[in-house]
Design a protein around this ligand. Sequence first.
Ligand code: XMP
Length: 326
Amino acid sequence: DWNSGNVIAEQVERIRQQVGTGRVISALSGGVDSAVSTALVHEAVGDQLIAVFVDHGLLRKGEREQVENDYVASTGVKLITVDARETFLEALAGVSDPEQKRKIIGREFIRAFEKVQADLVAEAKAEGEQVRFLVQGTLYPDVVESGGGTGTANIKSHHNVGGLPEDLQFELVEPLRTLFKDEVRAIGRELGLPEAIVGRQPFPGPGLGIRIVGEVTADRLEILREADAIARAELTKAGLDTEIWQCPVVLLADVRSVGVQGDGRTYGHPIVLRPVSSEDAMTADWTRLPYDVLSKISNRITNEVKDVNRVVLDVTSKPPGTIEWE
Ligand code: XMP
């Protein structure tokens, strides 16, 4: 029967056989799959592995610290963080179209990753020091959905930050290929990963970039990051994390409405709460959150986040709505 300890031992053995003394690179996103696959490979080959974390500036509050501090502390993995915040903002300037945003974010992610790769190539003195392997957190459902192909880096762009460039000469290491999400979480816990990462709800690769309806700017990201942090904190405090599949928090940056606060008129932006219940994100229903929790979130966001004077609740199922607004 299924036992995370056995699966770890088995995968560690397989990874060692595949990789030998070769060097391996892995992109961490902050999500469960990349965190667990990277930790497994690290368990197998230690410092032959280099993990890369691209901070694209579209992360939620505390996510970079979670990876840089908690994840590194619990795994001992060698981590390179790329601070690409400026680059991403510049590339996204003036862009409001959702698909355009996704394309740009995917492209810039690959560029940032390739730059690290080029640096490693330049540093490698002997042939054996070149990075030959790339870790992918492909799960069993992804394998089934994409027709079971193997060996290529061609994963649906929807589920990854833009997929990976076709000319990348890596052999893939995919230690999660036979596993389901809950099994991946169990393995992550067994490996001692932080609960904040292992238990994390789904979060899209393009991050907060597709939760700002309108152009993405540094100010708007700051507003959304604060509002999102408040909503997440209150949902967690109310014990609702397992009941909710995920709860996108969306900033309607191009909309303003009139409000009143203190003795003054305000003219600020609305924040949308989009709590959904789902089994697999293919369909979803809006979650009937308790009114007192909604009220607490609304009060805190309008009081604590500048330029936000209204909080609205999305009560649309999927279909016809998608989970994300973009
Ligand atoms: P939708 O909005 O299509 O979302 O109902 C379904 C699930 O997919 C996530 N999502 C994405 N994940 N890159 C990702 O990695 C994306 O571009 C992307 N768009 C949506 C979404 O959060 C939900 O879990």
